[in-house]
Design a protein around this ligand. Structure first.
Ligand SMILES: Cc1cc2nc3c(=O)[nH]c(=O)nc-3n(C[C@H](O)[C@H](O)[C@H](O)COP(=O)(O)OP(=O)(O)OC[C@H]3O[C@@H](n4cnc5c(N)ncnc54)[C@H](O)[C@@H]3O)c2cc1C
Ligand code: FES
Length: 260
């Protein structure tokens, strides 16, 4: 797992102006929810969730945010990067009626998850949200899967108008789901938690990661000291309910607390 692989980029898809999917021809031993660490040999190494993984290739979907991701956006097909992983915990694979709630660059991990859930014969409803139509991604890909998809945007420019939490709340009131999965901004998941009621759930968390192998301690969550790179990034309801820092603060590269 800690072995490093130097890979050339096989395919690049521009999902929206600020989000690209990079595909690599490589047999990655990965499960939905896990992530890789990637470096471009020019400084820094960053975590990215796996958005698809087949027998002989895998993909990551990246939002351009700062220096590292801007450099990644300059890459062309056949350029080299180096990866290690896959790391971290993965999603529980249900065979029942499940609800997937997510948005933005965090939704692609549900593409990989949906494909595995379908193999397990789960009955899937997905809420795929974004702020606007321009920022909404993967709608076409999810549509090709045998799942129920509800697209939503905050401004109503694509799909239902409203946040994914608004849409989820209504669905949870009207239907019985056995399990819920969430991936997206932490404050979205904090609000979502309040409408989950008795449903069992797992959320995918992001914290600043450096080593990704449980040594540096930068990705821990209070008060359990859970290392999100090892015990996470996917956490179950019983652990999430004990996290006092959930929705309150996270840490920057130096470990200093940053309030949400
Ligand atoms: C488990 C996990 C999975 C992720 N999956 C994805 C994904 O699928 N697609 C995607 O676009 N992004 C993903 N991220 C976030 C991604 O790692 C950051 O967007 C990226 O590191 C930003 O680097 P930058 O230099 O461009 O931006 P910077 O300007 O350095 O940072 C911008 C912001 O990105 C975050 N960030 C920066 N460095 C790290 C780091 N080492 N670890 C965690 N967060 C960091 C911080 O919130 C920071 O404020 C994931 C993060 C984690 C922890
Ligand atoms: S990133 Fe170092 S312990 Fe998790």
């Amino acid at each position: 797992m800690n072995k490093r692989f130097t890979l050339s980029i096989a395919k690049i898809v521009e999902e929206t102006k600020g989000i690209k999917t990079f595909t690599f021809k490589h047999k990655l031993d990965a499960k939905p929810g896990q992530f890789i660490m990637l470096t471009d040999f020019e400084g820094g190494e960053k975590p990215f969730s796996i958005s698809d993984c087949t027998e002989d290739e895998f993909s990551i979907t990246v939002k351009k945010i700062g220096e590292f991701t801007a450099r990644l956006f300059q890459k062309r097909i056949e350029d080299y990067v180096s990866i290690r992983g896959a790391y971290g915990s993965s999603f529980f694979i249900s065979k029942n009626k499940v609800l997937l709630v997510g948005g933005g660059y965090a939704i692609p991990t549900f593409y990989f998850l949906s494909k595995i859930l379908l193999k397990n014969k789960a009955d899937i409803t997905l809420i795929n949200g974004a702020r606007t139509k321009e920022e909404h991604i993967f709608a076409d890909r999810f549509q090709k899967l045998n799942i129920k998809v509800i697209n939503a945007t905050n401004d109503g420019s694509f799909g239902e108008k409203g946040t994914v939490v608004n849409v989820a709340k209504k669905l949870i009131e009207d239907e019985n789901f056995d399990f819920l999965y969430a991936s997206g901004p932490e404050m979205m998941m904090k609000t979502l938690q309040k409408v989950c009621g008795e449903i069992e759930y797992e959320f995918l968390f992001e914290r600043y990661m450096k080593c990704a192998i449980g040594i540096c301690g930068n990705c821990t969550m209070d008060p359990l000291g859970l290392r999100l790179c090892v015990e996470g990034p996917v956490l179950p309801k019983k652990k999430i309910k004990l996290l006092t820092e959930f929705g309150k603060y996270h840490r920057d590269a130096s470990g200093e607390r940053i309030k949400y």
